[in-house]
Write a protein that binds this ligand. Structure first.
Ligand SMILES: C[S@@+](CC[C@H](N)C(=O)[O-])C[C@H]1O[C@@H](n2cnc3c(N)ncnc32)[C@H](O)[C@@H]1O
Length: 339
């Protein structure tokens, strides 16, 4: 480590170190984001986190931690990435979203239009078009490699992309920092095609941040966000209702927009049938998930308050690429709500 690289404790800085601490902090996360963060383990009690920064700039490694004074849990920051899951985050080898081929697949899915690929869809532009520009903060829950978060940075003051895949968050952060990314697109078998993805010059990135966290235990203060999105994730969660409750908790009680979308590919590999929000014949969420989630948002199921007003709903066709001869078409059912 660079001998110059001091261990900077936020609480033990001389006044002349403050600017330096600020620079390092900005490399890790925006100050405005830090002010929103609470301990995900103690929530809904709001315990703000204390930052401690240890940085080695020469190696371009930025490390540190965020700690909770209440429960004493320490959330690491490694390579500039803050890990804010309530339990210690151990990337699972079995998590398909950590695999390089899946990262390439999602990069194509999110940015295929920027790569000039004729097969790309405009799904993210359609989803983005459903959100009105607004003051305040926007959360993209399950952001993957970040396209919707980048789109929202054009419309909101501060945008946070959150995902529990380290590979996805690392990739989104690299694109945010460098504005370009070299990637290998799978073509056939072991053959790959190198391409370079470049962000359009007018896309803002300074009001954007990406963190590793759990969408079922959001590390944010209540009433923090005026824009919220949950795209194609709810059927991938063990506790879909916990995620919607968390979205509801961190959304502003008035002046908020929520964009939800999902193909509802329910599976017992992910969640027990009793936790599904649709696709069953009995139980509180029998029938179709789109109807049930509209009912939930409109307060007809009694657990999301203050209730939301659904502005529109419908399908958006979205495409994932596995290799040059294999694509998956997904009909994602969106619900746009406000309150
Ligand atoms: C099907 S992908 C959709 C990604 C993106 N929202 C989109 O529409 O392209 C599901 C995403 O949810 C993320 N995810 C799954 N479980 C999660 C959890 N518990 N907390 C946060 N993200 C999660 C995955 O890593 C993945 O990025």
């Amino acid at each position: 480590m660079d001998p110059e690289a001091a261990v900077l404790s936020a609480n033990r800085l001389w006044p002349w170190d403050r600017t330096r601490r600020h620079d390092l902090l900005e490399d890790i996360m925006k100050q405005a984001l830090l002010e929103l963060l609470i301990c995900p383990h103690c929530r809904p009690q709001e315990s703000p986190l204390q930052v401690s920064i240890q940085a080695a700039r020469q190696d371009d490694i930025i490390t540190g931690s965020l700690s909770c004074p209440l429960c004493q849990k320490v959330y690491p920051i490694a390579d500039g990435i803050a890990f804010l899951t309530p339990q210690q985050h151990i990337p699972q080898a079995t998590n398909r979203y950590e695999m390089p081929a899946v990262v390439a697949s999602y990069l194509w899915s999110h940015y295929g239009d920027l790569l000039g690929d004729d097969m790309a869809t405009d799904a993210y532009q359609q989803w983005a078009g459903l959100m009105r520009p607004s003051l305040g903060n926007c959360l993209d829950g399950g952001c993957a490699v970040g396209r919707f978060a980048f789109e929202m940075a054009k419309k909101f003051d501060l945008v946070v992309g959150l995902d529990n895949s380290v590979a996805f968050i690392r990739t989104a952060r690299e694109l945010m920092a460098k504005r370009r990314l070299d990637l290998l697109l799978p073509e056939e078998g072991k053959l790959q095609r190198p391409v370079t993805l470049t962000l359009p010059p007018d896309w803002p990135t300074l009001n954007l941040d990406f963190i590793v966290a759990d969408a079922q235990a959001l590390p944010f203060r209540a009433k923090s966000f005026s824009g919220l999105a949950s795209l194609n994730m709810v059927d991938k969660l063990p506790d879909p209702l916990a995620h919607l409750s968390e979205i509801n908790r961190v959304a502003k009680p008035s002046g908020a927009q929520f964009l939800f979308s999902d193909p509802f590919s329910w599976s017992t590999d992910v969640a027990p049938e009793t936790a599904w929000l649709g696709g069953t014949e009995s139980g509180p969420f029998a029938g179709r998930a789109q109807t049930n989630i509209i009912d939930l948002l409109e307060g007809k199921k009694g657990c999301l308050e203050p209730c939301w007003q659904v502005e529109s709903h419908g399908p958006i066709w979205w495409k994932i690429r596995t290799h040059c001869n294999h694509y998956e078409m997904i009909r994602s059912c969106f619900i746009k709500a406000k309150r």
